[in-house]
Write a protein that binds this ligand. Structure first.
Ligand SMILES: *[C@@H]1O[C@H](CO)[C@@H](O)[C@H](O)[C@H]1NC(C)=O
Ligand SMILES: *[C@@H]1O[C@H](CO)[C@@H](O)[C@H](O)[C@H]1NC(C)=O
Ligand SMILES: *[C@@H]1O[C@H](CO)[C@@H](O)[C@H](O)[C@H]1NC(C)=O
Length: 155
């Protein structure tokens, strides 16, 4: 009798853990093996966007880029020599819908540090958009990008 009960128990535990595993793998955007990659490029222009001269527009390297949600800095990164920043987030900690509605990307280094003719106060600010997702093995990467920077004089 005792053996029968413990066997049932073992089967129950097995079934429960397999269900959890299946959910982890098939759970879509919120799964355990997911990653959110927020990436963008900051250009050294008054609006932070690419200029009329296209790829020859100077980039803003070494700029501190912050992810701010409801006014709080929740993550940050620095642009590389191509002006590119990348912020990786755990989808278990961030709800995609609130990233899009409550968060913004703020460049916290003044534009004057990449070009002395540009303002030394104010900041470039952009909202966030979904670009798509990349599946790599069991890893599902949700790619987020910028809607486009605007210069905000008093941040
Ligand atoms: C675009 O390139 C042309 C030719 O090199 C240059 O004269 C002009 O100043 C550039 N414009 C900007 C906004 O950088
Ligand atoms: C900057 O980062 C991007 C994205 O990771 C990469 O493609 C690019 O090669 C990097 N540029 C430099 C100069 O490191
Ligand atoms: C610096 O910014 C000024 C004003 O936008 C612009 O005219 C100039 O071409 C920029 N210099 C460089 C090296 O990009």
């Amino acid at each position: 009798m005792a053996l029968k009960i413990s066997l049932v128990f073992v089967i129950f535990i097995l079934a429960a853990s397999m269900a959890a595993l299946a959910e982890a793998q098939l759970g879509g955007l919120g799964n355990l093996l997911g990653l959110i990659n927020l990436q963008g490029t900051v250009f050294c222009t008054l609006n932070g966007r690419i200029g009329v001269n296209g790829t020859s527009t100077p980039v803003f390297s070494n700029a501190l880029v912050q992810l701010q949600c409801n006014g709080n800095v929740v993550s940050s990164a620095t642009t590389n020599n191509s002006g590119v920043f990348s912020i990786l987030l755990n989808p278990l900690q961030f709800l995609l819908s609130s990233l899009l509605s409550d968060c913004k990307v703020v460049v916290n280094t003044p534009l004057s540090s990449c070009n002395a003719s540009l303002p030394s106060t104010g900041a470039l600010v952009s909202l966030i958009q979904i670009l798509g997702n990349t599946v790599s093995g069991l890893l599902n990467i949700i790619n987020l990008g910028l809607t486009g920077f605007n210069f905000i004089p008093n941040v």
